[in-house]
Write a protein that binds this ligand. Structure first.
Ligand code: 3PG
Ligand code: CO
Length: 546
């Protein structure tokens, strides 16, 4: 049990945490879909409620450096855990730097497995330096090590990014990497990219939103089915020409072929490393490789391979069984300690962010704690620039119903809009997405008042706050060849807001801005609002009680 606070009994009603995914606070309004949006509710909140800025990127959320943007995994981990753990990106970089990854049983089994079979080691993963799901430097290190350990053939299945990095940057990764592979290849070692495609089109689905993407990836990487090109650089150029305006994440799948044959299908006896460290978009393809009785699509052929993930993507489900680096062992989350203290909890989001407010929130834990209720609103399966409101209205409905039920002491939800629509690079749609969230807030907040509760309104990282690539010096938008603004699809390094919406304490409650204030301070703040001391492991509370 958490200790009761002596100075404050807690607010009479529920404490609600609202995460506006992808809502950062930019340094300039130029290119900010948030600044451009009409959002009377949020404007009023900023003008009248206690509000501060929280760090949501870099070391404040467990990334290797402060040049790393935040993302929803590390952001929701930090919010839910109330502490900062070194995250996948940092753990893998460390294991490569000190060589411990090569000593691990998993890497040794991968190398031994490849050698015992046809001698082929495959790497599948996101092909960029975004450091959200993967880093191309990790791939490079593994290719070099595989050669040093006598693996004969390496085949890479490259998922084009354009979502965590600039939207048409694929060739900046592909061309140097294909040159590196040519250089490292010799009569005893043959390394090539074998297949690929845009990450939003194949392989990297999450939360079972659209298994058809994984099926398309399986056909491309494993079966080698699809249009053939001589190299990945050639594939990217040809596909861009054929689909003008299509950004990297949406480019169709391709197969690299020679003499009409795919160069790298996945066969019995091969070894396969899925080199993303982040789990959400790695789980489904991992299941396709590992599950004997798998019914999500017809695999046609299921090669018997030695499979490893860069990390274990789900510890409870033990997915995958073999992994190169151990994931952070997140303990003592607010979900766990609120459950132990008898605080009932409600969590809601739409499919695209459902695991974020449940699994990531609870320290990468599947399954609920005692007294937790989850509600998933199924996401549309459409490009989100076509439905920028997404499921904001339905999430608001669910939150209002849960609030009115009086069953929950704390409720949390995630509005995916600013992030998912921000990732499309469509400015107009992103402004609408922010307006939709504003409308949802306008509906939820009076119900919180009626129940005697308060809300903390925040975000996990920025995205919609910078929709154009800005020149670093002038802070003006960069231009495309045709004079249009260069769209930015990735997250930002900006801080996020923490707003305390409180019509019950009569001005007794405030927030303090500290130098280090970040997402990991939210758990303790919520505990105090509920009338509890923070857990000893949590970072300090930002609540001021006057
Ligand atoms: C994605 O997976 O969509 C992006 O790489 C990161 O987005 P998220 O961290 O906001 O989920
Ligand atoms: Co995002």
């Amino acid at each position: 049990m958490l200790q009761k606070l002596s100075s404050f009994p807690g607010v009479p009603g529920p404490v609600v945490i609202i995460v506006m995914d992808g809502y950062g606070l930019p340094k300039t309004d130029v290119g900010s879909a948030i600044a451009a949006a009409r959002k009377p509710t949020l404007d009023k909140l900023f003008a009248t409620c206690p509000n501060i800025r929280l760090k949501a990127h870099g070391t404040a959320v467990g990334m290797p450096s402060d040049d790393d943007m935040g993302n929803s995994e590390v952001g929701h981990n930090a919010i839910g855990a109330g502490q900062v753990y070194a995250q996948g990106a940092a753990l893998v970089a460390g294991a490569i730097a000190d060589g411990s990854i090569w000593q691990g049983q998993a890497w040794q089994e991968i190398v031994a497995g490849a050698k015992a079979g046809r001698g082929v080691l495959h790497f599948i993963g996101l092909f960029s330096d975004g450091n959200v799901h993967s880093h191309i430097d990790h791939l490079k290190a593994m290719v070099v090590q595989a050669k040093a350990e006598g693996v004969k053939t390496v085949r890479i299945h490259a998922l084009l990014d354009g979502r965590d990095v600039p939207e048409t940057s694929a060739l900046e990764y592909v061309e140097p990497f294909e040159a590196f592979l040519a250089e490292i290849s010799d009569p005893s070692f043959d390394a090539r990219i074998a297949s690929g495609g845009g990450r939003q089109v194949i392989t990297m689905d999450r939360y079972e939103a659209n298994w058809a993407l994984v099926e398309a990836g399986w056909k491309t990487h494993v079966l080698g089915q699809g249009e053939q090109f001589a190299s990945t650089a050639e594939a990217v150029k040809a596909l861009r020409q054929r689909h003008p305006g299509t950004i990297d994440q949406d480019l169709p799948p391709f197969v690299i072929g020679a003499n009409g044959q795919p160069v790298g299908t996945i066969e019995d006896g091969d070894a396969v490393v899925f080199y993303n460290f982040r789990g959400d978009r790695a789980i489904e393809i991992t299941r396709a490789f590992e599950e004997a009785d798998f019914d999500k699509f017809d695999r046609i052929r299921m090669p018997k391979v030695i499979y490893a993930g860069m990390l274990q993507y789900d510890g409870d489900l033990q997915l995958p069984k073999r992994f190169l680096v151990a994931p952070p062992a997140i303990k003592d989350t607010m979900g766990e300690w609120f459950a132990k203290s008898g605080v009932t909890q409600f969590a809601c989001s739409e499919t695209q962010k459902f695991g974020h407010v449940t699994y990531f929130w609870n320290g990468n834990r599947s399954g609920k704690f005692e007294g937790e209720t989850y509600q998933e609103v199924p996401s549309d399966v459409v490009p989100f620039e076509q439905r920028p409101w997404m499921k904001s209205a339905e999430i608001a409905d669910a939150m209002i119903a849960a609030l009115k039920s009086g069953q929950y002491k704390t409720l949390r939800c995630n509005f995916a809009n600013g992030d998912m629509v921000g990732h499309t690079g469509n400015f107009r749609a992103a402004t609408l997405s922010v307006e939709a969230v504003d409308l949802a807030l306008e509906r939820i907040l009076p119900v919180i008042d009626a129940m005697g509760g308060v809300a903390l309104i925040t975000a996990d990282h920025g995205n919609a706050d910078e929709m154009f690539e800005l020149d670093k010096k002038t802070k003006q938008p960069q231009l495309n060849a045709d004079g249009s603004f260069k769209a930015k699809t990735a997250h930002t390094l900006n801080p996020v807001p923490l707003i305390l919406y409180d019509n019950v304490s009569g001005g007794k409650l405030g927030l303090k801005q500290t130098e280090s204030a970040g997402l990991s301070n939210i758990a303790a703040t919520v505990a105090n609002l509920l009338g509890y001391e923070k857990h000893a492991k949590w970072d300090e509370s930002l609540l001021q009680i006057r």
